[in-house]
Every structure is written in C-alpha cells, then in structure tokens.
Design a protein around this ligand. Structure first.
Ligand SMILES: Nc1ncnc2c1ncn2[C@@H]1O[C@H](COP(=O)(O)OP(=O)(O)O)[C@@H](O)[C@H]1O
Ligand SMILES: [Mg+2]
Length: 213
C-alpha cells in the first residue's frame, strides 16, 4: 500500500446521508501472474516458495491473532519486480471458527482439517456468548493457518516445488514436503525451515558440481 485517504461524508455537508467511511487506497501496480506459464530457474522457484511461506508466517503470527484470508485465489496474486504479492485483503478475519466441545451437542459439527475442538482461552471467553457454565462453545484453533496453507499449496507450492524441476538428489525431501503440505500437517515455522534446508542443499549441490568441473 502506497497511501490512503479517508473522507468523512458528514463533515462535507452530506448531513442526510448515514455515516460511512469513504476510503480510497493506492497500491503499487502488479503485473498479471500465471505461475504455470512462468519460465523460472530453480533458485527463483525456491525464492518464491520461501516468500510465500514467509507470507503464511506473517499472517499466522500477526499481532491481531492468526489471520485467515477467505479470498485467496490465483487472480489475487500479482508480480512486482519479480516478487509475488498478494492483493485484495478485505476478506480477512482474525477469528478462528467455533465448535461445540461436546460431540453430542445438537449443533455439533467437527472442525475442518481434523482439528479437535478446543476450550476457549480467557480473552475468547470474554467475547463469546456462552449460554452455559462451563461454556459449551469451543474453538477450532489452527483452522485459519491451515486454510491459508491449503489454498497457497494448491495454487503455488505443488507447482513451484515439483520434483521434476529439481536435481534428483532433492526429490525425496521435496516429495516429503509436498505430501505434508497436501495433508496440511506442517506448521508455518517448519515449512519455512524445510524450504531453507532444501535451498541450502541445492546451493551445496551446485557448489560441489562447480568444483568438480
Ligand atoms: N495492485 C494491483 N495491481 C494490479 N491489479 C490490481 C491491483 N489491485 C487490484 N487489481 C485488479 O483489480 C481487480 C479488483 O481488485 P480487488 O482488490 O480484487 O477488489 P475486490 O475487493 O473488488 O475484489 C483485481 O482482480 C485485479 O485484477
Ligand atoms: Mg478481488
């Protein structure tokens, strides 16, 4: 975001209109991005993967709580100076989905991604309309990060990290990582570390090859 302007309608004489914020935002311009049509080197694949993992980590560790973006789709990724960037952030939430602690509750529905329904913490209890003591409502903690991870995996990681693009020596680590991503069984910190390790292994392979030549 380069800048924004907030206009107060009432302050400008529109006394009859109900108040709403008139917000204009200016973003840097991003080019269209078609990941399958990109002709990129292995190093660029790994850089993009590291950047996307860092985006997932940024959203998850946000000071507002773990953020979910319900509008992650290919058209919302643009390219700026060779870097993938996310646009359209107005469908973002910092609330994890709710569940019922007892599976026999009439409205009980399991959490997605095989997450177990967890008890609310002190802050969550304060902002929850509990009908009973103890509260029957729980939280699908970790749903937000897994939702983002699943979307970005389907759009990017499965293609960026496809073993066929890499030296054979990296195939095992890449396949294992892709399986974990498909099962959404990997945390964002571990994902960042796994990509760093694969990048290191790739750099070592290249240095070794150069020395042999
Ligand atoms: N920073 C940007 N660079 C290039 N195109 C953009 C940018 N922001 C928005 N667009 C284009 O405008 C369209 C609508 O913007 P978006 O932020 O998705 O608004 P909405 O919330 O209405 O979906 C996008 O799909 C994209 O094609
Ligand atoms: Mg949009």
């Amino acid at each position: 975001m380069l800048g924004y302007c907030l206009r107060h309608i009432k302050g400008e004489g529109h006394s009859n209109s109900s108040y709403y914020g008139d917000l204009s935002v200016v973003f840097e311009y991003g080019d269209e991005l078609d990941i399958n049509a990109l002709n990129i080197t292995i190093a660029e694949r790994l850089n993009h993967a590291a950047d996307l993992a860092s985006l997932l980590s940024y959203l998850h560790h946000s000071p507002l709580g773990s953020l979910v973006d319900f509008d992650i789709k290919p058209a919302h990724f643009k390219m700026v100076n060779g870097k993938i960037k996310l646009i359209d952030l107005d469908f973002m939430k910092n609330v994890e989905s709710t569940c019922f602690l007892s599976s026999s509750h009439k409205n009980s529905k399991p959490c997605p991604f095989n997450i177990s329904c967890q008890e609310l913490n002190d802050v969550e209890i304060r902002y929850t309309n509990c009908q009973t003591v103890p509260c029957e409502v729980g939280v699908c903690r970790g749903r937000n990060v897994k939702y983002n991870l699943q979307k970005i995996n389907n759009i990017f990681f499965q293609d960026l990290l496809k073993p066929k693009f890499f030296p054979f020596a990296l195939n095992f680590s890449l396949s294992r990582l892709l399986t974990q991503l498909n099962k959404t069984s990997i945390g964002v910190d571990t994902l960042e570390k796994a990509i760093r390790n694969i990048t290191l292994a790739y750099t070592n392979l290249r240095t070794h090859k150069k020395r042999l030549l």
